[in-house]
Design a protein around this ligand. Structure first.
Ligand code: SF4
Length: 304
């Protein structure tokens, strides 16, 4: 979408009273007009979070984004082992690049700098170390279980099949130990953005393989693809298009019914952004816990 189309989207989303927008990709920093997009969304009053792989971060870009109103950003780091991370991302010197990016982000952005870690068999024992590293950079860890097919030919989820990353029953004691440590660290005030409920649900998923939940994708959250297609969540193809009679279609019984059929046909997921959003709205204890986290950030009372 060109920026004029994004402005049209912003007006529509404003009318729907959407509070939060995550700008993602692909890689959003590849867009030469990313600063203008952020400025535009900020002008319309949305809380904006940019999700980047961190490789294109530099001082000039982050300063310009901060000046345009960006506060919150997410990047990823799955391991502190340079070789392993390069293998996962098919990249080079990525740990070093992320470390540098985090320093730049901390210098200019005063919102939540979040480091997302996909939890898989290859980093299960390393999670507390990753959390300590992220904490030392004044950023917040978000731990998200890997979503993989169980076998090579099983029906696909986002990341396909990967033998090295897939958990087996024998790995559970290791992951249980790591999560017990993470929950303890959270209590001690380390910067961990996941709610306790989400961490416990993740552990339950590792134990049982079950990630069904009361998903409300379609209304509470939805995804707008780069061509304007709108889907209940990023795992599914679009049902309608924001450029074509969107509000009427979005409010129609037909759209609600299509979204409901998708939700009912989906076996679930444990992606942090969608589940945490729902937990924040539906679960009083989680809401209180996340507000305390926000207060801790404001008053700088995290673990030293
Ligand atoms: S449970 Fe299914 S429909 Fe709901 S957000 Fe997850 S993947 Fe999407």
């Amino acid at each position: 979408m060109i920026i004029e189309e994004i402005e049209q989207c912003a007006k529509i989303l404003k009318e729907l009273k959407v509070p939060n927008i995550v700008v993602t990709g692909g890689e959003p920093l590849l867009r030469s007009d990313i600063v203008d997009i952020v400025r535009l969304l900020n002008k319309y009053g949305f809380s904006v979070r940019l999700q980047t792989n961190g490789t294109l971060v530099n001082e000039e870009k982050i300063k310009a984004l901060a000046d345009a109103g960006l506060k919150n950003i997410t990047t990823s780091l799955d391991t502190l082992d340079e070789k392993k991370f390069d293998w996962i991302c098919r990249s080079k010197d990525l740990v070093q690049k992320i470390e540098k990016s985090l320093d730049i982000m901390a210098k200019y952005l005063d919102g939540f700098i979040v480091v997302s870690t996909v939890v898989s068999r290859i980093n299960a024992s390393e999670l507390p170390e990753i959390v300590k590293f992220v904490h030392s950079k004044r950023a917040y860890s978000s731990l998200v279980p890997v979503h993989l097919q169980k076998t090579e030919n099983a029906p696909g989820f986002c990341y396909g099949y990967n033998k090295e990353m897939l958990f087996s029953r024998e790995d559970f004691p290791e992951i249980k130990k790591s999560y017990a440590e993470i929950l303890k660290m959270k209590k001690e005030g380390y910067r961990i953005i996941n709610s306790k409920k989400f961490l416990n649900d993740s552990l339950e998923y590792f134990r049982t393989g079950n990630y069904a939940w009361d998903c409300k994708a379609g209304k509470r959250i939805f995804v707008i693809y780069s061509d304007g297609g709108v889907a209940p969540c990023g795992v599914f193809p679009p049902l309608i298009n924001i450029k074509s009679n969107f509000l009427e279609k979005f409010r129609s019984a037909e759209y609600e019914e299509s979204a409901r059929r998708i939700r009912e046909g989906c076996s679930g997921c444990i992606f942090a952004c969608w589940r945490e959003t729902s937990l924040f709205i539906d679960d009083f204890a989680t809401r209180m816990e996340q507000m305390m986290l926000y207060l801790r950030k404001k008053t700088s009372t995290h673990h030293k």
